[in-house]
Structures are given as C-alpha cells and as structure tokens.
Design a protein around this ligand. Structure first.
Ligand SMILES: *[C@@H]1O[C@H](CO)[C@@H](O)[C@H](O)[C@H]1NC(C)=O
Ligand SMILES: *[C@@H]1O[C@H](CO)[C@@H](O)[C@H](O)[C@H]1NC(C)=O
Ligand SMILES: *[C@@H]1O[C@H](CO)[C@@H](O)[C@H](O)[C@H]1NC(C)=O
Ligand SMILES: *[C@@H]1O[C@H](CO)[C@@H](O)[C@H](O)[C@H]1NC(C)=O
Length: 430
C-alpha cells in the first residue's frame, strides 16, 4: 500500500520534473509552425505576362525552343540575347542603365520577406532549386540598382566560408554566382542560425532587370545546392532542411489564392484549406527535385493514358503548368478557337471561351484537377479579348513542370520527412 510518504515523494519528483526546463532549443525556434506571406511584386512592370512566364520556365530548365515552333522574332532571339548578356552582366552598366526606363517583364511576380542577419530582402521561394542566394554589396552598385542588397559587413552574425563559391544556372543563360557564408536567417519569425547564405557577385541580366527580386530561397532537396569549396562540390543544407527538425511536421505547404498571392506554411498542414483527405505520393528525391511520374491526364470527363509521359516536378518558382506537348495539344483541341501563337509563345484562345477542367496524374494514385475557370493566366491584348493559358506544352523537353496553375487549385504539402508530396483539392473559389 503506498504510504503518504511515498505519495509525497512522487509528488516532489513530479514537481522536479516539471521544473526541469524543456530541452534547450535554439532561440526563436520554440515556435513549431509558421507562415510567411507570398505577396504580389508591386514593382512588377505589367502583371502576368504569358510570353515572359513561358520564357522564364524554358530558360530555368534549359528547355530547347524548337526553331520551327517559335519564329525568330518571338522566343528565340530573346533567349539568345539573354544568353549573351549573362557573361557580361556584371560589366554591362549600360544595359543596367537602360533598365529603369524599360523594365523587363520577366520579373518574379510574387515575393516573400526574409531577414538575413538583420537585413530584410524580398526573395522568391522556389521549390525547383536549392540555393539561398541574395543580391549583395559584392555586386557593382549599378547592377544592384534598386534592389535591396545584403551587406555582410553590417551583419554581426555573418561568417564567410573561406574559399567557397556558388554558381546557379537556371538553364539557358540565367543565373548567379558569388561567395558563400553563414548567417542567421529568419523567415516568418523563425530563426535558423548558421544558415548557408550565398552572396552574388555576378547575376545575369534577367535578375538585374527584375528590380524587386533580391534573390531566391531554394526549397528543393539539398543535393542540388551548388556550393563548392574551390575543388569539389560541397552541397549545403537548404533553409527547410535546417528548420525541419524543429517543426511539428517536417513539411511546408504552398497555399495560393487564384490571384497567385498566398501563404507558405512550415510545420503544419491546414486541413481547412482542402476537401477530403490529402493524397500522398512518394517523390524521386534522388533527382534533387520534388519529382514524380505523371502518365495520365483528363480533359473534362475523358481520361487519357500517356504511357510515355515525362516525369513532372512541383515548382513554386514557375507560374504555369507545363505539360508534355501532346497533353497541351489534347487539352486545347477541346477549347473553341484555341491556337498555338508563335509570337506569344504558347496557346491562346478567345477569353470568352468555355474551358474544360484538366487533371494531371501525380504518381499512380492521384489526379490533380484544375478547374476550367482557373486555367487562364493572362490576357494578351489591350482589349482583353485574347487569353493566354496557364497550361502550356513543353515542346518535347522531357520534363513537365507543375507550377502556380496547379498550386492555385491544389493545396500541396512538401514532406521532407518521408520525401513525399501531399495533395488536397481546394474548394472552387467563387
Ligand atoms: C551572341 O554572341 C555571339 C558570339 O559573341 C555572336 O556571334 C552572336 O551574334 C550573339 N547573339 C546575339 C543574339 O546577340
Ligand atoms: C554607355 O553608352 C554611352 C552612350 O551610348 C557611351 O557614351 C558610354 O561610353 C557607355 N558606357 C560604357 C561603360 O560602356
Ligand atoms: C508521409 O507522411 C504523411 C504525413 O506525415 C503520411 O500521411 C503519408 O502516408 C506518408 N507518405 C509516404 C509516401 O510515406
Ligand atoms: C483589361 O484588363 C485590365 C486588367 O484587368 C484592366 O485594367 C483593363 O481596364 C482591361 N481593359 C479593357 C479594355 O477592358
């Protein structure tokens, strides 16, 4: 029979246990989930632009533009121009000067605030790459222009990693390179100390021209990180990899509104944002991307097998849903008046057309549906009578890129714990 003394002892022990501080966490990491807004880039010159969006994703993934597909004055000359601009970007003060007067339309549409060593930068959260790089005062002031640029000498917490470098190439000429260090990075109020931060001392022209994007937060797998120590690759951990262990769930979600603004949430899946159960699909993490098979699609009620279908990746850094060309062809064959427009770089149709729903397979077990009412990406003329589709073909590139068009219709959870993607159908916005 337990004595009073025993009872007291147990009580005392319990009190001692309660008094023991919780396991020490890094300062600021008590929070187990957090949100960060994804805001419209107010400096964006024109709002959504189909041609620019198409060019950006083709360039990022080094997709070849078919000469017979896109005529000279459309796609091709533009991307070649950019390619040439790259090597000389840091020195092209004249091109930089021209920018203010004639801003490029290739800018990131949406940005999120990130604090690096006490300095706030507007960064593009990109699940299609793995470097956290920023404009820095290592760059020529004329290249920095109106960008916020990280000044390492003003951060008490920055430590340079001697000898290390980075070089990201987003395909056909666009990219950045520079030096490497670590600093305290705070996103949504959650701090990671010792986060690898890459300081650009060279950026390609398209980043120079995108005056409000101060860099990227790569959210693909750390294996794709481009840091090297001068002789060999030494991939550094992404922000997500560093913060993952301190989260309630090892996930982040992209929750986009129909206008493309929205929230990235880390550590939590908000079940009020989608209907029914979340469907989980393992990804091929060994590719470094959030990559999966996609060998089926539906247009309206009709489902098609696409056994030769390319793998697809989930990319928050891309505006469009880029599918295999035959999928895009099949879809637009069901849209009255749709045509492939070479000047604009993709499928356009009368804005008054009724668009069928499209569903694309995610792995073997899930079809991600995008309602017809959410397909249109932009208008292409001043009268708003011709529209540019948010679904476009990859011209046989061999990879499908599922971007914002999908994230507006699907709540997608990126699970770094078991390397899978969760999909939930969002209710149709009224
Ligand atoms: C790019 O540079 C190459 C070699 O310097 C030149 O031959 C070519 O004409 C340039 N292309 C454009 C579009 O400026
Ligand atoms: C920039 O262009 C102007 C006029 O075209 C020229 O006078 C000037 O030398 C150029 N500057 C550089 C750095 O090339
Ligand atoms: C991954 O984790 C989620 C939630 O934590 C779970 O529901 C899902 O079944 C897992 N997926 C795979 C492919 O293991
Ligand atoms: C076309 O759409 C834009 C953006 O929604 C709007 O500002 C403009 O007034 C529209 N033009 C016409 C002619 O309706």
């Amino acid at each position: 029979m337990p004595s009073l003394r025993f009872f007291l002892l147990v009580t005392l022990l319990a009190a001692i246990v309660l008094a023991v501080p919780a396991p020490i966490r890094k300062r600021g990491l008590q929070k187990r989930s957090f949100k960060v807004p994804r805001q419209l880039n107010t400096a964006h010159p024109t709002g959504p632009n189909g041609y620019a969006a198409m060019r950006k994703v083709f360039r990022k993934y080094n997709f070849k533009v078919k000469e017979d597909f896109m005529v000279k004055e459309g796609f091709i000359s533009q991307s070649k121009q950019d390619l040439n601009a790259t090597s000389t970007a840091a020195a092209t003060t004249n091109q930089t000067g021209a920018v203010a007067a004639n801003p490029e339309q290739n800018a990131a549409l949406f940005l999120s605030p990130v604090d690096v060593g006490g300095q706030t930068l507007n960064l593009d959260f990109d699940s299609g790459s793995s470097d956290l790089w920023v404009f820095s005062t290592e760059l020529d002031p004329q290249v920095i222009g109106k960008h916020a640029a990280f000044d390492a000498s003003k951060s008490a917490t920055f430590k340079k990693t001697a000898g290390s470098q980075f070089k990201v190439n987003y395909g056909d000429g666009s990219g950045a390179s520079g030096i490497v260090g670590t600093d305290t990075v705070t996103i949504g109020g959650v701090k990671v100390e010792g986060q690898t931060v890459e300081l650009a001392n060279k950026v390609s022209q398209s980043f120079v021209e995108d005056t409000n994007t101060d860099g990227l937060v790569g959210l693909a797998f750390s294996s794709l990180n481009t840091v090297n120590d001068g002789t060999k690759k030494t991939p550094q951990k992404t922000f997500f990899d560093n913060v993952m262990k301190d989260l309630d769930l090892p996930v982040f979600t992209a929750d986009l509104d129909p206008d493309g603004t929205g929230v990235y949430e880390f550590g939590k899946i908000d079940a009020t944002k989608f209907e029914g159960q979340m469907a989980w699909v393992p990804v091929k993490a060994e590719t470094g991307f959030w990559q999966f098979a996609s060998t089926k699609f539906s247009v309206g009620d009709q489902t098609f097998d696409n056994p030769q279908g390319s793998d697809a990746i989930a990319d928050t850094g891309t505006s469009l849903l880029i599918v295999d060309q035959q999928v895009a062809d099949a879809y637009y064959s069901q849209v009255k008046g749709a045509q492939l427009n070479q000047q604009v770089g993709g499928f356009v149709y009368p804005c008054a057309a009724t668009l069928p729903d499209i569903s694309v397979a995610v792995g073997d077990s899930y079809m991600a549906k995008i309602p017809g009412s959410q397909i249109t990406f932009a208008t292409v003329d001043d009268a708003n009578t011709t529209c540019f589709g948010g679904v476009q073909g990859n011209q046989g590139a061999g990879l499908q890129i599922f971007g914002d068009t999908m994230f507006k219709a699907q709540l997608v959870a990126f699970n770094g714990g078991n390397q899978s993607l969760g999909f939930g159908q969002k209710p149709l916005a009224q």
